[in-house]
Design a protein around this ligand. Structure first.
Ligand code: ADP
Ligand SMILES: N[C@@H](CCOP(=O)(O)O)C(=O)O
Length: 362
């Protein structure tokens, strides 16, 4: 009978963009994806001992019914295997047991895939005993999820701004390798030799800074009961923008990053600074009720409201507020209802801690 060492990996949900900060700004929120990982001790079940056993994966919590549980199909373990193979470790240690408890709704704009990617990178780091730095963990995450806003905020915690480096032509080519080569679709009978030599991430792909946050600011997340895949919501965006629209967003983002740190926060300033012309206008057609919601809730109509935007690629609406949370959520729910969209809502706080791994005593 193997003896195990037990670990936990905690990763928060995130809201990306925060209005004008498309692919730049993200906030870690108080909903999480938590893994319990049990690894047989080398003494009780050395890796060499046959038969080799693939990880066993189970899930509980939100949206977990249809997650693939094969380690070659599941996003967490595929990312972990990518990290292991980049360190010349061809496969998972034998006999690992992983239980995921998920509170982050899938495909709603609250960073479930970003959280899964970070959890997978931390899982690879744990299983390989790699001791990767935060910067290197981020490199691996960015090879999988190419926009930095969700994964950086999930890893670091708090309100974060990030950019991708101007890489050398060689590194740029390495970091632009199609996702299918980074995370291949493993055949059902994939052995340790299959896909052994994946493309390694260049170093220093992503850089970030944490902004301040006024502690009285909370997040009302109104979550429609339908999924919108981020890939689809990115597909409707144009390749080119006018200088006017670009300047509109840059001006607002510059103000927003400091305005959200000031206590007491200034609702007039923040409300205008959370407007966007880069992604929200193009996503209106995918989210019934979005134009009315963005236009009709203001700090005057709903005292306590600071600003309102699409959370990530949507369809969740994010309202930052210091009070009147029920009133704000009720109004958004009412407008969604007029468009036949059912919703749930949650009052969330900023998660300052980000992601971490701990050893459990039992
Ligand atoms: N904990 C998880 N485990 C496995 N796969 C996950 C997990 N979380 C998210 N995913 C995958 O990511 C998809 C959602 O990604 P995406 O469309 O980017 O939406 P989101 O806005 O929630 O990140 C899910 O449908 C699922 O395939
Ligand atoms: N900047 C991205 C953010 C996507 O966030 P998600 O939580 O919807 O995955 C975008 O707007 O496409």
């Amino acid at each position: 009978m193997p003896e195990y060492k037990h670990y936990a990996i905690h990763v928060p949900a995130t809201t990306a963009n925060v209005g004008p900060g498309f692919d730049v700004a993200g906030i870690a929120l108080s909903l999480s994806l938590d893994l319990k990982v049990s690894i047989p001790t080398a003494a009780s079940n050395p890796q060499e001992t046959p038969p080799y056993a693939l990880p066993i994966i189970t899930y509980s919590g939100r949206d977990s019914a249809n997650v693939p549980l094969s380690p070659y199909k599941n996003l967490l373990t595929r990312v972990a295997l990518y990290v292991l193979r980049c360190h010349d470790i061809p496969t998972f240690p034998t006999g690992v047991i992983i239980h995921a408890t998920n509170a982050i709704p899938f495909g709603r704009g609250l960073g479930s895939s970003g959280a899964a990617v970070i959890a997978g990178v931390l899982l690879g780091d744990l299983l390989g005993g790699l001791g990767l730095t935060k910067g290197r963990l981020l490199d691996f995450a960015l090879m999988v999820e190419r926009h930095p806003d969700n994964v950086t905020a999930a890893l670091i915690g708090g309100f974060v701004g990030s950019y991708l480096s101007s890489l050398s032509p060689t590194d740029l080519a390495a970091s632009s390798i199609p996702l299918a080569e980074v995370l291949p679709e493993y055949p059902a009978d994939a052995g340790p030799e299959w896909g052994r030599d994946p493309p390694r991430p260049p170093r220093g792909i992503g850089h970030y800074v944490r902004f301040g946050w006024a502690e009285e600011v909370r997040a009302v997340a109104v979550v429609p009961r339908f999924e919108l895949a981020t890939a689809m919501a990115r597909g409707v965006l144009p390749d080119m923008y006018s200088r006017k629209d670009l300047v509109f967003n840059l001006q607002r983002l510059a103000v927003l990053t400091t305005a959200l740190a000031r206590s007491p926060p200034d609702p007039e300033l923040i409300y205008e600074a959370m407007k966007d012309r880069v992604h929200q206008p193009y996503r209106m057609a995918l989210i019934p009720g979005l134009p009315e919601i963005l236009a009709s809730l203001t700090p005057q109509s709903h005292p306590g409201l600071l600003g309102i935007c699409l959370s990530g690629a949507g369809p969740t609406i994010l309202a930052l507020a210091t009070g009147n949370f029920d009133g704000i959520a009720a109004e958004i729910k009412k407008i969604f209802g007029q468009h036949g969209v059912e919703v749930d809502w949650e009052l969330l706080s900023i998660d300052e801690r980000g992601s971490w791994t701990e050893e459990l005593s039992e």
